[in-house]
Design a protein. Structure first.
Length: 185
């Protein structure tokens, strides 16, 4: 499996990150306890986490507040490193040991793409940007999520996923994915 889904998720989320203004950093997000700054930190830091996991390294312990820096440039650097790690010979076929279990690199890359894309949706929603993001990718990620997410992974606190919500008739693919993952759309 190639890295195209992650590349597309990164491109979509980068566009949303570029639309975030500093005066929005304390705004609420669809993630119950996170402000926009927390979400930016998760999105940016996530790229470095994905890199470390794909390299079978321990993630760096970091309290970096990416939202206080040029978070788009830092996201670009993390995304470049994450993609390089997933493109390394054998990573997609190798079994990776992750904090939540073992899985093939290709499956973990799918999680990275879904996480990057979905939190881009959260950020778009929180900052008043369009949530109609990468329709074909959103449809592909929704198919994968429906296959992978079992009821035992859902709980009212949303960790890791909240109860499935209903998207309105005619909702865009990204909104349908967000609703499936427990977001109110």
């Amino acid at each position: 499996m190639a890295t195209e889904p992650l590349e597309q998720a990164i491109a979509s989320t980068r566009t949303v990150l570029s639309g975030v203004s500093r005066d929005q950093l304390s705004d609420d997000t669809p993630c119950a306890t996170w402000k926009v700054s927390d979400l930016v930190n998760h999105i940016v830091g996530g790229q470095f986490f994905f890199e470390a996991m794909a390299k079978s390294e321990a993630p760096a312990a970091s309290e970096t507040d990416f939202s206080a820096t040029d978070f788009v440039a830092t996201f670009d650097e993390g995304a470049k490193r994450s993609l390089a790690a997933f493109r390394a010979d054998g990573v997609m076929e190798r079994t990776l040991t992750l904090p939540f279990g073992e899985m093939p690199g290709a499956a973990f890359m799918g999680i990275a793409a879904t996480d990057t894309f979905t939190h881009g949706w959260d950020l778009a929603r929180a900052t008043g940007q369009s949530t109609d993001l990468a329709p074909e990718l959103a449809a592909q990620l929704l198919v994968g999520a429906r296959q992978a997410i079992q009821p035992s992974l859902r709980n009212p606190e949303g960790n890791p996923f909240g109860p499935e919500q209903q998207a309105s008739t005619g909702a865009c693919n990204a909104d349908q994915l967000a609703a499936f993952l427990g977001r109110t759309v």
